[in-house]
Design a protein. Structure first.
Length: 594
């Protein structure tokens, strides 16, 4: 952009908004608009995205049309624009048809520079026809992530925007969002059909956060966490994220035993207990909250000094969001990820549970049809446990996957489930574990091995008794679930352990009977969803094995090509050490020797 135009923009910034300078990303985005380049702007909340289209509107001839789902805010925005001398109006469901018609006439005669429009207006054919008569020079899509089904706030009405853009003469488009995931970003570009889009993305760096990965020996993570928390009395408050509810319950007990004021939070608790826990943590009564990913949204505690991950998160997005809850006050804070190679298995287990193979879904449907045909009244509902369903299948699948498969069949209208019934399993040793081991015959080698592994890894759980999930434990111990259950059942028969099997069942009614081969599922969508989940897990795992700056890796993952090394993560510190020793660059070998 030529200097004269730059000066003019700064002048307008001062006159209309009383700001002395642009914030990161704003000027570049406005440049793009003035050069007629379609642009996707990704800046964090509060970074000043609105100013980009508001200031551009002042320079452009004709009208800037702003699409926003936040209709409650439109009036305020318009009022404050009017106050600083920018003529603006809005059209949404809060105004009458007469008023809408009046405003449309005024818009056409050039009364306004900026017009806010709610996306659902584009369902109205008469309205769209009116739009054809308006000269629009900039089409701004605010909260643009609403167009993506992968985002957190999908609005089908946003899918109509690409048509709307054509109706108003295909002006330059600016899409704005604070959701920095590549997937959502690509989806915005695709769904709006943005041609040759430029992406402006900055401001997601968190310079006060110190990231590190801590390699942990199998079964030793809790010990390391306890060591860390007890070694520094002035640590401040923090969150420890764990992958499962049972792990959360276990960890909080150990921490409490070591005199650490810890509370636990997961979705299995009732609302009252969860509120109580949140309160304890917010007021500082509890130093640490041990939580599953259910904890965090809406937590507005600014002085969280650390976020520890006991288990590998499934995606970089989830990790950065959770870790990013540390240090909101800008003070130095740390984000530790404890890692062991086997961590991936728990995540894969969750992915498998979330994404059953389509063939399995069809097999389950087939099994349900056969079961129902045994009933006298085929329209009656049948009560089945997930285990019964699992047994009927040609390959072994986790029960969680059966739950998901039933959900999919329900969503597609093949079955309905009036009620779901579940209860957890329970396992507790009744004697000292060594004594129990001694009771196993020396010849039963594989039984011995499993019992040994179980004792090594889950001794404290076995002593207190816990919500034992055979599938999860089998994965962690790297043994077969059936073999594990055989050992547990044998020990229960000898009254050496107390074991209650889980009951996960459901009442099912068949709504549609078709050949299983004719069941109509979104196969492509299901496959794509599973593939994406694995890809994201791979990217999360590469974070662990990164040799370069950890924060830079995350920011680049989000597409910020200007990201630079943070200078304080474990890898940056190692790099600096090597450089201080005189090494120019560093090799993997050198790195590992640090
Ligand atoms: P976003 O939509 O990115 O979440 P907003 O557009 O609502 O953020 O702006 C957040 C705040 O930042 C507003 O109060 C706005 O006036 C202010 N702001 C925007 N640009 C600047 C700037 N260049 N200098 C100072 N404050 C700014
Ligand atoms: Mg905004």
């Amino acid at each position: 952009m030529i200097n004269k135009q730059k000066e003019q923009l700064k002048e307008l910034l001062r006159i209309h908004f009383q700001y002395g300078s642009f914030r990161p990303g704003q000027e570049k985005a406005i440049d793009n608009i003035l050069e007629k380049k379609n642009t996707l702007v990704v800046l964090p909340t509060g970074a000043g995205k609105s100013l980009i289209y508001q200031l551009s509107a002042l320079v452009l001839e004709g009208i800037t049309m702003v699409i926003s789902p936040l209709i409650a805010l439109m009036k305020d925005q318009v009022d404050s624009l009017e106050k600083v001398g920018i003529p603006a109006t809005f059209i949404n469901s809060s105004i009458s048809p007469q008023e809408t018609a009046k405003r449309l006439v005024q818009i056409k005669s050039g009364f306004y520079k900026i017009v806010y429009i709610a996306p659902e207006r584009f369902y109205n054919q008469a309205f769209i026809t009116e739009l054809k008569k308006i000269k629009v020079s900039l089409f701004a899509v605010d909260e643009a992530h609403c167009i993506s089904q992968w985002g957190h706030d999908f609005r089908p009405s946003y899918l109509r925007l690409k048509e709307a853009i054509k109706f108003v003469g295909s002006p330059v488009v600016i899409a704005l969002t604070a959701t920095a995931t590549p997937e959502v970003r690509d989806d915005i570009i695709k769904q709006l059909e943005l041609k040759d889009p430029e992406v402006v993305i900055t401001g997601f760096a968190r310079p006060n956060l110190q990231f590190a990965v801590v390699p942990a020996a199998n079964g030793k993570k809790i010990e390391s966490i306890v060591d860390l928390l007890t070694s520094d009395a002035a640590l401040g408050s923090g969150i420890i994220y764990v992958g499962t509810r049972s792990k959360a319950d276990e960890l909080v007990e150990v921490l409490t035993d070591h005199g650490i004021k810890a509370v636990v939070y997961h979705a299995g608790m009732d609302a009252e207990s969860r509120n109580w826990v949140q309160e304890k943590f917010m007021t500082g009564d509890a130093q640490v909250v041990v939580a599953t990913n259910a904890f965090g949204l809406g937590i507005n505690k600014k002085d969280i000094r650390f976020v520890i991950h006991h288990d590998l998160p499934g995606t970089i997005e989830a990790y950065y969001q959770e870790a990013g809850r540390a240090g909101r006050d800008g003070q130095p804070s740390f984000c530790l990820l404890f890692y062991h190679q086997q961590d991936r298995y728990l995540r894969e287990f969750f992915i498998k549970g979330d994404n059953p193979d389509p063939n399995i879904i069809l097999e389950i449907y087939d099994f349900l049809l056969r079961r129902v045909s045994l009933e006298i009244d085929e329209s009656a509902s049948i009560l089945l446990t997930y285990a019964e369903i699992a047994q009927s299948l040609s390959e072994s699948v986790p029960e969680m996957a059966i739950g998901t498969a039933l959900k999919i069949l329900e969503k597609e209208g093949y079955i309905s489930r009036p009620k779901e019934k579940t209860s957890n399993s329970f396992l507790k040793a009744k004697k000292d574990w060594l004594e129990i081991m001694a009771s196993i015959s020396k010849r039963a080698k594989s039984q011995m091995e499993i019992a040994e592994k179980l004792g090594e890894r889950y001794l404290s759980e076995l002593m207190t008794g816990w919500d034992f999930n055979p599938e999860e434990v089998a994965i962690v111990l790297k043994v077969k679930k059936d073999a594990l259950l055989r050992v547990v059942k044998k020990l229960a028969e000898k009254d050496l352990v107390e074991y209650r099997p889980p009951f996960r069942g459901t009442e099912i009614k068949i709504l549609k009977i078709v050949e299983p081969g004719d069941v109509n599922l979104d196969y492509k969508g299901l496959k794509a969803k599973a593939a994406r989940a694995y890809e994201k897990l791979d990217e999360m795992e590469s974070y662990v094995y990164q040799l370069g700056c950890r924060q830079e890796y995350i920011l680049k993952y989000f597409g910020d090509e200007n990201a630079r090394p943070c200078g304080r993560c474990d890898n940056c510190l190692k790099m600096n050490q090597i450089k201080a020793r005189g090494g120019e660059d560093y090799t993997k070998k050198e790195y590992l020797s640090c």
